[in-house]
Design a protein around this ligand. Structure first.
Ligand code: HEC
Length: 148
């Protein structure tokens, strides 16, 4: 009887751990999708598809800042090799080359901090978005893989 309890308990723990990993994979993806959505909204203004809107800019910058803060916890060892459903997943390099990945986080963090509060109109947005975009692309080039 005691043994059954232990086994059931262990099983429950395992199920819990797997669920937590899947949650993390999803959470990471959701965060990155949010970045994509915000960057897309800024790009639409730069392209003239949407009028300049300060609230959209501020919301995007706040979300980038939030991403910077969460980045160090978005890719724990427990989700290495776990692929979310969707178009992209994190390359194993995220875990195999932590220092390189951290460098990209640090440089993204710096660019976001520098840009904070500086985007005031379409001209400043036009000047700043490519600088931010370069950081996104620079990291994705090595650390993001497209599902084929
Ligand atoms: C330090 C590295 C790094 C930086 C900087 C970075 N990303 Fe990502 N991004 C990743 C990784 C790794 C993935 C794959 C993980 C995933 O999709 O779950 C990813 C995935 C994505 C995805 C795909 C989400 C999906 O699965 O559908 C989008 C969109 C995205 N990033 C947008 C951005 C934008 C926009 C920026 C800049 C504002 C940015 N990222 C900055 C590492 C980074």
């Amino acid at each position: 009887m005691k043994r059954t309890v232990v086994i059931v308990g262990t099983l429950l723990l395992c199920v819990g751990a797997v669920a937590a990993q899947q949650d993390q994979v999803k959470q990471t993806q959701t965060m990155m999708k949010g970045n994509g959505k915000n960057a897309g909204a800024l790009a639409a203004m730069v392209k003239g598809e949407k009028p300049y809107d300060q609230a959209t800019v501020d919301a995007a910058m706040a979300q980038f800042e939030d991403t910077v803060k969460k980045f160090p916890t978005l890719f724990p060892d427990s989700i290495k090799g776990k692929k979310p459903e969707g178009d992209y997943y994190a390359s194993p390099k995220v875990w195999e080359d932590r220092p390189g990945f951290q460098e990209h986080i640090a440089s993204f963090s710096k660019v976001v901090a520098d840009a904070k509060g500086k985007i005031k109109d379409l001209d400043t947005l036009k000047a700043t978005l490519p600088v931010i975009g370069k950081q996104c692309g620079g990291c994705h080039e090595t650390y993001r893989v497209k599902n084929s």
